[in-house]
Design a protein around this ligand. Structure first.
Ligand SMILES: [Zn+2]
Length: 272
């Protein structure tokens, strides 16, 4: 779908391989030190792996929030993206590019996941992250919902139409980075699960549709998130009748060819 008009920079998350550039106004302070920096910052550089705040972009310059910022992996790409911001601020964002996948190959290797074998077994393909994401409101947990701009526009339209029909669609989760997915694996490995145990429930890092920003998990208020019982809600019935009109389809119906468990809550934007 063609972009309607450039998107203002202030409602965009700029993405680089290891670091995200967040609008400071959308972040919560975790300490008094953060609070003072956030109040004056335009952007905050945030490590994708663990969400740590690395630096604040202030009018007078970059304020490091961690020691050794210069040695932080990926800092150069993040600073390049920061340098490009005045241009985006003037022109807005329009074209969505993709980040390279090379770091992912190493990481899958380290987890002992054979990429080709996994892709073969699941018929899933590697999914690149977009180089920026659009703010699409907040999710159930009051976190910013980031989506690919095309999916963001379609989601907001669909959400409003459902609302007019008396149905509340609630976003549970939208864009997720490769690093975020990797973090899930590391956390579960730390709790004694094997890689195979984890793969039974979670897509391998790099293979989740959420990486593209085109997929989101949808729920209904007061219903448990991401449960099969979602298929018995009014929200699900509405989606079955109308999601297609908005370009959304359920990615993992029962007995899907990917061998992924039935996920009635997971919908992806793929107009066609
Ligand atoms: Zn999902």
């Amino acid at each position: 779908m063609p972009h309607l008009q450039p998107v203002p920079l202030k409602v965009a998350l700029l993405n680089t391989p290891e670091i995200e550039l967040w609008p400071a106004a959308l972040l919560r302070a975790r300490s008094n030190h953060d609070a003072r920096a956030l109040a004056r910052a335009r952007r905050v550089l945030r490590r994708k792996r663990d969400g740590a705040y690395l630096a604040a972009d202030l009018r007078e310059g970059l304020l490091p929030l961690i020691p050794g910022l210069q040695r932080e992996p990926g800092i150069e790409a993040a600073l390049d993206a920061l340098d490009a911001m005045p241009l985006h601020a003037r022109n807005g964002l329009e074209h969505v590019g993709e980040l390279p996948l090379h770091r992912l190959h190493e990481r899958l290797d380290r987890l002992g996941i054979d990429e080709a074998d996994y892709a073969d077994r699941t018929s899933l393909a590697l999914v690149a992250e977009p180089d920026w994401l659009a703010f699409a409101g907040v999710d159930r947990y009051r976190r910013p919902l980031w989506l690919h701009i095309d999916a963001a526009r379609a989601w907001l339209r669909m959400h409003d139409e459902a609302w007019r029909d008396g149905v509340v669609l609630e976003a549970i989760s939208g864009y997720r980075s490769h690093d975020y997915q990797l973090g899930i694996f590391e956390w579960k490995l730390g709790r004694g699960l094997s890689v195979d145990d984890i793969l039974a429930v979670n897509a391998a890092p790099g293979f989740s549709e959420h990486h593209s920003g085109l997929a989101l998990d949808i729920g209904e208020p007061d219903e448990p998130p991401a449960e099969e019982s979602f298929e018995r809600t009014a929200a699900f019935a509405w989606l079955q009748d109308h999601a297609g009109e908005h370009g959304f389809a359920m990615s993992y119906p029962r007995d899907n060819p990917h061998g992924i468990v039935y996920e009635p809550w997971h919908w992806a934007y793929a107009p066609g």
